[in-house]
Design a protein around this ligand. Structure first.
Ligand code: KIV
Length: 269
């Protein structure tokens, strides 16, 4: 595998509507960002899923702006020149546009080129303020994890006709307002395809079928570092957890049997 540099800009992402599918993967630290960049993804998302995936929280609601700043800085150091999108965590944009701009600016100063926020028409004032501050915004509709309690759990959204209509209306509202792309998570494939037809910017699906303009997955799910149970929309391309366990176990056995370190692994003077 060669290292491919495909760093995109926000306008270049918009131009990919209906063209070659966009590829986005999460990263929360420099090594995973380096892997994502070397693999040639189009965008790296510092998702607030970091709370569940690497910090061990039960949901994303525990994630702080400081968590996101530190992860965003590490990712931008690991993937220099790549388009890094950072999630605005819960309650850093819900209390007014000024707070939202301040929060987003901290993520941009940490290395993000754009921020992502969850929600539809009710976020329009915040969205407009961020765009006025020249901060590009990626929308996120459908199964929005920051609404886990309001949704009554992590459930596919838009199965009922009225929910589906509301989701299309929200998609039109946030893209009309200026989102440069839109994540659709946990949405029936036909509905995601309909939204993709209706909105002028690329949709990026996760658990939303093949009819989107791109796909996003969580890095740890994709490479097999997130435990045995994953949602049905995940395809695993490696089992790094098994490989890492076996590597550490082999090293432990070598240490216990006095096979590690050898002469070449030691300083003689
Ligand atoms: O936080 C995250 O990883 C996300 C993706 C699932 C889109 O928002």
């Amino acid at each position: 595998m060669g290292t491919t540099t495909r760093a995109l800009t926000v306008p270049a992402v918009q131009d990919r509507k209906g063209a070659e599918p966009l590829v986005m993967v999460t990263a929360y630290d420099a090594p995973s960002a380096r892997v994502a960049a070397a693999a040639g993804v189009d965008m790296v998302l510092v998702g607030d899923s970091l709370g569940m995936v690497v910090l061990g929280y039960p949901d994303t609601l525990h994630v702080t702006l400081e968590d996101m700043e530190r992860a965003t800085a590490a990712v931008s150091r690991g993937a220099p020149g790549h388009l890094v999108v950072a999630d605005l965590p819960w309650t850093t944009y819900h209390q007014g546009w000024a707070e939202a701009v301040r929060s987003a600016a901290r993520l941009v100063r940490a290395g993000a080129s754009a921020v992502k926020l969850e929600g539809g028409a009710k976020r329009l004032a915040v969205l407009t303020a961020l765009l006025d501050a020249e901060i590009p915004v990626m929308g996120h509709l459908g199964l929005t994890p920051q609404s886990v309690h309001a949704m009554g759990g992590y459930r596919v959204q838009g199965r009922m006709p009225d929910q589906a209509r509301a989701l299309v209306d929200d998609a039109v509202a946030v893209t009309d307002a200026g989102c440069f792309s839109l994540v659709l998570e946990g949405v029936p494939a036909p509905l995601a395809a309909e939204v993709t037809q209706v909105v002028p910017v690329p949709t990026i699906g996760i658990g939303a079928g093949a009819g989107c303009d791109g796909q996003v997955l969580v890095f740890h799910d994709l490479v097999g570092l997130s435990g045995p149970r994953v949602p049905r929309f995940v395809r695993r391309y490696a089992d790094l957890e098994a490989q890492a366990t076996s590597a550490v176990a082999s090293w432990a056995a070598d240490v216990r049997a006095h096979r590690f370190p050898d002469v070449a692994e030691s300083y003689q003077a």
